[in-house]
Write a protein that binds this ligand. Sequence first.
Ligand code: BTN
Length: 254
Amino acid sequence: GPLLTTRELGWAIHHHAVIGSTNDEAVSLARDGAAHGEVVIADRQTAGRGRRGRVWASPPRVNLHLSAILRPKLPPQRAPELVAVVAVAAAETLRDLGVSAGIKWPNDLEAEGRKIAGILLDLSADAGRIHFVVAGIGINLNATRDDLPEELRGIATSVRQEVGAIVSRAEVAASLLAHLETWLDRFEEEGFAPVRSRYRELSSILGHPVRLTEPDRTLDGIAEEIDEAGALIVRLPDGGTERFLSGDVTSLRK
Ligand code: BTN
């Protein structure tokens, strides 16, 4: 059958052998007027970006680096819901491949406690509306343990390491775009409720002890709920709760 089954996402694909960052490229295309659904893919990134200004390093040619330009009709305050939409699509893509992937709030994908994919959203908005969103997804596909630097072996994994087979980047890209389109449609038609309920099923932290790290403090508790805005509710040792719209989570189980 056809590789790409989407209606809108991926109608134009800008493929690069090497690029700094697919998100940077997609942002610049979007600023120049690129339309909803245009996608940037690179075999290799030389300046891949992670959340919170971190570097996203990835060995050449083995991984998927994909950024989709989205123009959702959504007030900017609702951007966190979009993060959940992308996380659900990425988790379902990984599950279809046989990986027991879970979402670590807000948008890390892990398998057996090790990172397998990451999501970075770049938002362009004013107080009233979103101009565009670039949804960047990096999935560790075909790296072996030996391809990883020593310090990453304990904390990162790949589809190949999890399922024991090499996967096609084109097929994974097509599947990811299909899942993303399905969930974006659903989000537009039914709102956040169905996204939230799928997100909760796919969460790897709900009900488990976590540590939340913010720039100025650290806090331990139990990840209790993802609320109707996509925020994480943590139950604290003193019985109270705290609500987070962003932050870094470490799982304290094992
Ligand atoms: C994270 O976990 O910190 C997010 C990582 C996001 C990486 C992807 S790879 C494709 C896209 N281009 C980038 O520069 N970053 C995202």
